[in-house]
Design a protein around this ligand. Structure first.
Ligand code: DX5
Ligand code: ZN
Length: 222
């Protein structure tokens, strides 16, 4: 599968969100990454369900909703999910991970499993049939503009090997955090296929959105 770009909406101009969405559509990004934060699971607050539903109402791009909240299943009824939308749940955020992933599928969307940098890959092993994408955090979640946790590159490689060995070669790996033009070639080489593009690339003010997408596609080619 060719690499895909998931544009991080929390890094867009929140006062001109529709303008940025139209630009992202013209540039051909594959997903709109919508971070949800509750000030508890992570020390920050971000996009709320009504805003995410408004984004879904004005764009046909699939949403890639990343839930960084405690007990994530409780927010699902508030999200107007469409087939093709992805919802990522953190293994660290619920005692009932399998049930929460199944709840995403029951709502017609694709479940993804997210792992923080310190969370071992074995957390994925018991729920392999229950997710369609594995999200490897390459920073501790909560804020844009952080530096890569370097050992996460090797973790991507081990995650790819684990999925392949278990018969899930078709399950893509997404990476989130400091996906810069410099780091992305290493991430792709290690096995990442979906890149969360934030302040390190397409929302870098020096590049602009169109220039940032062009530069990121180039760096994804190696
Ligand atoms: C949180 C967010 C951030 C951010 C990524 O999950 O997804 O990680 O927008 O972009 P950077 O790290 O490039 O600012
Ligand atoms: Zn995210």
């Amino acid at each position: 599968m060719a690499g895909k770009i998931s544009a991080s909406m929390m890094c867009a101009d929140l006062l001109h969100l529709e303008r940025d969405i139209r630009l992202l559509e013209q540039c051909g990004v594959e997903y709109l990454h919508c971070d949800v934060m509750d000030g508890h699971f992570v020390p920050n607050w971000m996009l709320f369900p009504d805003l995410i539903n408004r984004i879904a109402a004005v764009s046909s791009l699939p949403l890639d909703v990343h839930l960084m909240i405690d007990e994530p299943a409780r927010i699902l009824p508030s999200l107007a999910l469409r087939p093709g939308d992805i919802v990522s749940l953190h293994a660290e955020s619920t005692h009932h991970l399998q049930r929460a992933l199944a709840a995403v599928r029951a709502q017609g969307a694709s479940p993804a499993l997210a792992l923080n940098p310190a969370t071992p890959l074995c957390m994925a092993e018991e729920v392999l049939p229950d997710f369609d994408m594995l999200l490897i955090m390459t920073v501790n979640p909560g804020y844009a503009g952080q530096k890569l946790v370097p050992q996460c590159i090797e973790k991507i490689r081990r995650a790819r090997a684990l999925l392949d060995a278990a018969g899930y070669a078709g399950t893509p790996i997404e990476v989130d955090g400091n996906c810069s033009l410099e780091n992305v070639p290493k991430m792709i080489q290690a096995g990442a296929q979906v890149i969360v593009a934030g302040s390190s690339s397409i929302f870098d003010k020096r590049l602009g959105i169109a220039g940032g997408v062009r530069a990121l596609r180039h760096s994804m080619e190696g």
